[in-house]
Ligand binder design. Sequence first.
Ligand code: ADP
Ligand code: MG
Length: 258
Amino acid sequence: MIRIAIANQKGGVGKTTTAINVATALAATGWKTLLIDLDPQGNASTGVGVWANDRERSSYDVLVDGAGVEQCIVPTSIPGLDLLPATVDLSGAEVELVNSDDRAHRLRAALHDGLDYDVCLVDCPPSLGLLTLNALTAADTLLVPLQCEFFALEGLSQLLQTVERVQQRFNPDLGIIGIVLTMFDRRNRLTDQVSEDVRSCLGKLIFETTIPRNVRLSEAPSHGVPALIYDHACAGSRAYMALARELITRLPEKRQAA
Ligand code: ADP
Ligand code: MG
């Protein structure tokens, strides 16, 4: 199983939208996929149709109470896609874990090799706290959604520093699979400029696929389905399919090992 963390400490940059739609695209490609919601807001859970009332056990139980992942996973209506939901109690997890020695390794320990998935995507909260740290410690690689706006690069350097620290202290094998530019608006000159700067600065780390600003992507969650199912032909869905394809090409030999 390949473990991919989706993180960026900024809120509203498209982490959850990316997690939901890449997970759906991978599942549609035949990969058995587990989506882990690690944000107390639970938007990834809602976005795949698992509403708050239907969440009995959650990532909180796994992280704080040591519950088995298998016991907390729920199926979704999307074939090949299961979910480990998040509930609001997760907002207390950082405080509850603060004194335990293995606090950064809880998720890593829970995602054992016996789990029957090809890939697992972890949707992180908008901070670099203990929840994101757990995701980065558990992950093989990191996918970063980046919104093309003025302070984007500044926030990114903070994230990359955190990655370095995690590599040094907790997870030397953590890689960065790529950075995807989100909410791209071709008509906006600033967006265009930032995208050029980011590409010249970070080169191949940036996925060729760019996610456009697309209203269908923002409408889908209120219907409890990924955009890829809500409107599979819209520009946003097509971009996420392309991103998933590009992601797969960056993960070739790992899959065979999975
Ligand atoms: P994050 O998880 O980083 O906080 P979200 O994925 O929740 O970000 O996105 C923030 C908001 O922007 C949500 O309302 C979402 O529906 C919307 N959104 C995300 N990506 C796009 C996009 N490419 N085009 C239009 N709206 C988007
Ligand atoms: Mg989110």
